[in-house]
Design a protein around this ligand. Structure first.
Ligand SMILES: *Cc1c(COP(=O)(O)O)cnc(C)c1O
Length: 381
């Protein structure tokens, strides 16, 4: 199956009881057994639920994996991966991560004896300096949030595996989605998503996903999910599955609009810098072109006026773009990373990596491009 068919049919079968084309929302915590331990594959919904199974099979299909897992949030999915590790283990992670991921690593897992190295992943060879006998996990985000830096998934996986085959490479694929890039095909072991964003696509649920291509790793992750309990509920699984059916056509429009917005901003006299991997001026453009089908709907930019006042005025001016956290829905959103999504990163750390007060992040939706450009025009004027 081609990707655009997998989004609709991947891992799906009609409901065996009724032939229902969409899987019913199995709003049941428990399942009848004919004799102790004898059941039809479902015993208690923390372990498995048929609506969740339908979604998890689709998750696996769209990321070219063998197993998928649906979690109560993106962070619950990351938490599950980190629990594969033991005290003393080390993680090499990007230095421009989603704020909540950084917060989890530093404020939750450091105290359990994990050590994190946050490094610039744009230069693949960089990671070799941070891999030692304790290294168990490489954590990548590409494109990164909010500066749209690109890491070469294939090159980094090769370097890590050459050092030690057992090092796991995990990629947060939330920004790109499998429509644009499929890390498991490029050598990664684990793909993670905040399905809250593009996979769900309609800003109506909070969910996380993991996809893998190895049965042993799948068994370990399933145990942690089952024992830890961070599962997605059946209603949300139904919504996510419905969302994914249009992922490819939504992404196509997100990409077209994202490129048009980036090109518009690049020429705007009040804009100092635009962060979008699709621009030929972007320093990571070549790597992005190599591993991504297109460049997505996330665009960040810096105003020439570096004051907080100028950024706030612009943000308050938007009419069609909604000032809100999150991203990846059909509607366009605008966000101020320093104060909103990335407030959990200490100010000094933020300034160092470039998340300044003048930085604005757009999640470009799938509305008519003329209306989006008109809103940008009036907000910046
Ligand atoms: C939103 C987000 C997360 C966290 O996911 P939740 O569903 O909010 O828990 C992780 N990574 C990225 C890149 C995100 O955008």
């Amino acid at each position: 199956m081609k990707f655009n068919t997998k989004t609709i049919h991947g891992g799906q079968e009609h409901d065996p009881a009724t032939g229902a084309v969409m899987p019913p929302i199995y709003q049941s915590s428990t399942y009848a057994q004919s004799s102790p331990g004898k059941h039809k594959g479902y015993e208690y919904s923390r372990a498995a639920n048929p609506t969740r199974t339908a979604l998890e099979n689709n998750f696996a299909a769209i990321e070219s994996g063998t197993h998928g897992f649906a979690f109560s949030s993106g962070l619950a999915a990351i938490d599950c991966v980190l629990k594969l590790l033991n005290p003393g283990d080390e993680v090499v992670a990007g230095d421009d991560l989603y704020g909540g991921t950084y917060r989890m690593f530093t404020r939750m897992f450091e105290k359990y004896g994990l050590k994190f190295h946050f490094i610039d992943m744009q230069e693949s060879s960089n990671i070799a300096n941070y891999i030692n006998d304790h290294t168990k996990l490489i954590w990548l985000e590409t494109p990164t949030n909010p500066l749209m830096k690109i890491a070469d998934i294939e090159a980094i996986s090769n370097i890590a595996k050459a050092k030690n085959e057992d090092i796991l490479v995990a990629v947060d694929n939330t920004f790109a989605t499998p429509y644009l890039q499929r890390p498991l095909e490029l050598g990664a072991d684990i793909v993670m998503h905040s399905a809250t964003k593009y996979l769900g696509g309609h800003s109506d649920l909070v969910m996380g996903a993991l996809m893998v291509k190895d049965a042993d790793l799948a068994e370990k992750l399933h145990f942690i999910q089952f024992a830890g309990g961070g599962i997605a509920g059946p209603q949300d699984c139904f919504l996510a599955l419905r969302g994914i059916k249009t992922l490819h056509i939504r992404m196509q429009r997100h990409c077209e609009n994202g490129m048009a917005v980036a090109k518009y901003l690049e020429k705007h006299p009040k804009v100092a810098e635009v962060f979008y991997p699709g621009l030929t001026s972007n320093k990571n453009h070549e790597i992005a072109k190599k591993q991504m089908k297109d460049f997505g709907g996330m665009v960040s930019f810096k105003l020439k006026d570096e004051s907080e006042k100028a950024a706030f005025e612009t943000l308050e001016n938007f009419k069609l773009f909604t000032l809100a956290e999150s991203l990846g829905g059909v509607e366009s959103l605008v966000n101020h990373p320093a104060i909103m999504t990335h407030a959990s990163i200490p100010e000094k750390e933020r300034e160092k990596i470039g998340i300044t007060n003048s930085l604005i992040r757009l999640s470009v939706g799938i509305e008519a491009i003329e209306d989006l450009l008109a809103d940008l025009e009036q907000a910046l004027s």
